[in-house]
Every structure is written in structure tokens, then in C-alpha cells.
Design a protein around this ligand. Structure first.
Ligand SMILES: Cc1cc2nc3c(=O)[nH]c(=O)nc-3n(C[C@H](O)[C@H](O)[C@H](O)COP(=O)(O)O)c2cc1C
Length: 229
């Protein structure tokens, strides 16, 4: 059997023309399709030094040399930018706290539309810890925090993408199995991801391993793919 013979069978499909659909339909379709999405729980400093905290799941790690993350705060229904975007535009720094299952309910509460100027950690009693590389504090109970400096903010129509260089990484220490070999027990971080549909999340505990195949190995075993060998 050759790899071509064992290729997965084509599925019956439905196609959507995203250039012709209204915004709400595009959002619904895409956020239910591109899953699970990691959640950036972004802390920033507002005017007067209060700390703002809000979740963003249009978020991802874009590279490691230099380390870059991207996330996308949309505007409010009245067309004004969200507090996170305003604070980064003026302060240039932010921290991406990552969200464990234990923090899910608290994270969700910080998505409540608190008035501008009222910090969510203060309103909800969320403990903070000082930043190391940036002035912005991190969430003390978060299993991981990425301290970032804004590199660029890109506007594509009404989509605003904030790109940040990651200057420092804080991890819960028991998840760092070998400090010198930089080995992290991802399972202990117990992160959640956002799924489509209102308020639906995924756990990341159910993992499996597939080793990469060097080309020489692939040549030797050509025909084994999918044959169960
Ligand atoms: C899990 C989750 C993910 C979210 N992702 C986004 C997102 O990617 N972009 C966005 O504009 N709003 C997103 N929101 C909504 C914001 O968190 C919400 O509008 C919040 O009030 C913004 O706060 P801020 O004005 O303090 O920045 C998300 C909410 C939740 C619960």
C-alpha cells in the first residue's frame, strides 16, 4: 500500500463565501471552526496606574526569534477601542496571562464591560504580582505569563492586530521540570482553550504524541503510512 492509497477519504463539504456574508455570520462560522483558541488574559496599565485585565482569544504565538505574540481586540459596538487597546496604544506594554481551568470563571468575569477607568483586578479582587521586564503586573494565580512590549499594531479594515515581542516568561515553578534543559510540563499548566458557541471551552489534558519522520526514515518505510505497520 502506498501513502496515496491510504490517503484519508475526501469528505462531503459545505462552502461559505465569506465575502458575501454579514459580520455576525462570519464570526459565528469562523470562531466555531478555528478551535481551540488559546486565551490571552491581557493585563495593561491604564491612566493613573490602575490595572486593566481582559481575555482575548483571537490570539496566538507567531514566532520565537524574536518571540512574537499577536492578539486582536475588536472595537466596542459604539466603534470605540476596548480599554486593552487604548492602554497599549499609550503605554506600549502588556502581559499575556494564560488561563488554567481553575481560573476560567474569574477570567470570564473580567470580560464584563466594566466602565473605562475601573480596573477588573480591583473590582473582582484578583491578586497581582509585579512584572519583571515590564511595568505591567501579572495575575498571581496564572500558571504562565508572557511580558510583552508592543512592536506594531496593524489595522486591516476593522480588525486590529497587536503584535508584541515577548521579553520575559514566568511559569509556575513545579511545571518547570528541568530549568537547564527548559523542559516544561504543559499538563501542569492545565490551560483551557476557547471553542465556538457562547461560553464553550476545551481542556488541554487529552494529548497524544506523533514523532516527526526524517526523510531517510520515510524512504525506508515508504508504504507503511496508514497501513498499521
Ligand atoms: C474567552 C473570551 C475571549 C474573548 N476574546 C476576544 C477577542 O479576541 N477580541 C475581542 O475584541 N474581545 C474578546 N472578548 C471580549 C472582551 O474580553 C471584552 O470585550 C472585554 O470587556 C474587553 O475588556 P477591555 O475593554 O478591558 O479591554 C473575549 C471574551 C472572552 C470571555
Amino acid at each position: 500500500m502506498t501513502p496515496a492509497d491510504s490517503a484519508p477519504a475526501a469528505l462531503p463539504v459545505a462552502h461559505f463565501d465569506l465575502t458575501a456574508l454579514p459580520g455576525a455570520a462570519r464570526y459565528k462560522l469562523l470562531t466555531a471552526t478555528v478551535t481551540p483558541r488559546p486565551i490571552a488574559w491581557v493585563s495593561t496599565l491604564g491612566e493613573g496606574g490602575h490595572v486593566n485585565l481582559a481575555p482575548y482569544s483571537f490570539f496566538g504565538l507567531m514566532g520565537s526569534d524574536p518571540p512574537v505574540v499577536a492578539f486582536a481586540p475588536g472595537d466596542r459596538p459604539d466603534g470605540t477601542p476596548k480599554d486593552t487597546a487604548l492602554n497599549i496604544a499609550s503605554g506600549g506594554e502588556f502581559t499575556v496571562n494564560l488561563v488554567s481551568e481553575a481560573l476560567a470563571v474569574t477570567m470570564n468575569a473580567t470580560a464584563t464591560d466594566f466602565p473605562h477607568g475601573q480596573g477588573e483586578p480591583d473590582a473582582l479582587g484578583i491578586s497581582l504580582a509585579p512584572g519583571v521586564k515590564v511595568a505591567v503586573p501579572r495575575v498571581a494565580a496564572a500558571p504562565a505569563a508572557l511580558e510583552c512590549r508592543e512592536v506594531q499594531t496593524v489595522l486591516i479594515g476593522r480588525t486590529r492586530i497587536i503584535l508584541g515581542e515577548v521579553l520575559g516568561l514566568t511559569l509556575r515553578s513545579d511545571a518547570v521540570q528541568d530549568v537547564d534543559r527548559h523542559h516544561v510540563d504543559t499538563g501542569l499548566l492545565d490551560l483551557i482553550g476557547r471553542m465556538g458557541g457562547r461560553g464553550t471551552y476545551a481542556r488541554t489534558r487529552d494529548t497524544f504524541v506523533i514523532d516527526r519522520i526524517p526523510f531517510e526514515e520515510w524512504q525506508k518505510g515508504q508504504g507503511d503510512v496508514g497501513s498499521g505497520k
